[in-house]
Design a protein around this ligand. Structure first.
Ligand code: SF4
Ligand code: SF4
Length: 278
């Protein structure tokens, strides 16, 4: 659709004029679905060569709640994740590819420091794994094995050899799958292992999730200075993990909490705080 729109414009205005927009290698514009932890999410069109910073902090208005930028994933579910050091990178086909990402289907997902990078790459691999048609073994089985490893790591059962296994599987899936879905599926994992390997290691060796998001690696505590005893959290918890009453106040029972975070979403006072467990 976008190609046809560009063709129509080129026929009306000429290729020379089209080439005045964008960069020498990537003329024209790019359309992105800017989403995630940005203040202004939406569909945007920018000239090729616009920097990630201009997109995220200019058009996107910066990070929601003014939190710290952690990474941006470009290209849809098969794209790579780029850390803050690349915020001044121009967005074009060649540059993104050199950094391990893609223009892909035009997704641009911004995450802040409350997102676990291992869990984030697991989320995208889950999508591509479900989309695999199953015709070729590397994609069908390889993505499943990668997913199993990520599941282990995010639940505190990972082992150091998992990192090498992930890279080996990623290389095999990426180079031997039959179609584009399989050949690009490992990108989120490979790029996060390239730029955020320490986070994988922390999960494996310390069972520590710095974002405080992996189940079993964080605990929730009610700040009684903010809590107004409305009881919404208790009524919304499906695991009977919140004790107390409106008269006595409420307490989250760590041993019963399944980490679903429903209480966090429903608390009108933002009174529930997340602490990573060391
Ligand atoms: S995170 Fe889920 S299980 Fe835990 S206390 Fe909140 S609602 Fe209950
Ligand atoms: S939902 Fe929030 S304000 Fe209401 S009782 Fe629970 S912690 Fe307190």
């Amino acid at each position: 659709m976008k190609t046809w729109a560009a063709v129509s414009w080129i026929l009306q205005h000429g290729s020379a004029k089209f080439r005045t927009i964008g960069t020498e290698d990537s003329p024209g514009t790019a359309i992105f679905s800017l989403t995630g932890n940005v203040k202004n999410a939406g569909l945007i069109e920018v000239a090729m060569g616009t920097t990630l910073r201009e997109v995220i902090y200019g058009i996107g208005g910066g990070i929601s709640k003014d939190r710290a930028f952690k990474a941006v994933q470009t290209g849809g579910p098969s794209g790579g994740c780029l850390p803050a050091q690349f915020l001044d990178t121009p967005v074009d086909y060649k540059t993104l590819s050199e950094l391990g990402s893609i223009m892909g289907s035009g997704g641009m997902v911004v995450i802040d420091d409350t997102t676990c990078i291992v869990d984030f790459s697991k989320f995208f691999l889950q999508f591509t794994q479900q989309e695999s048609c199953g015709k070729c073994v590397p994609c069908r089985e390889g993505t499943l094995r990668m997913l199993e490893i990520l599941e282990r790591i995010t639940t505190g059962k990972g082992k150091m050899s998992d990192i090498d296994d992930l890279l080996l599987l990623a290389e095999t899936v990426g180079s031997t799958s039959l179609c584009g879905l399989g050949t690009t599926a490992p990108n989120p994992v490979v790029s996060t292992l390239r730029y955020f390997r320490d986070e994988y290691i922390q999960h494996i060796s310390n069972r520590y999730c710095s974002a405080g998001s992996c189940v079993g690696m964080f605990e929730l505590v009610i700040d009684h200075n903010k809590c107004n005893n409305c009881s919404r959290c208790q009524r919304g918890c499906s695991f009977d993990a919140i004790s107390g009453s409106r008269d006595e106040g409420f307490l989250i029972l760590t041993e019963s909490c399944e980490g679903c975070r429903v209480c966090l979403e429903t608390c009108p006072q933002n009174a529930i705080e997340v602490f990573p467990v060391k």
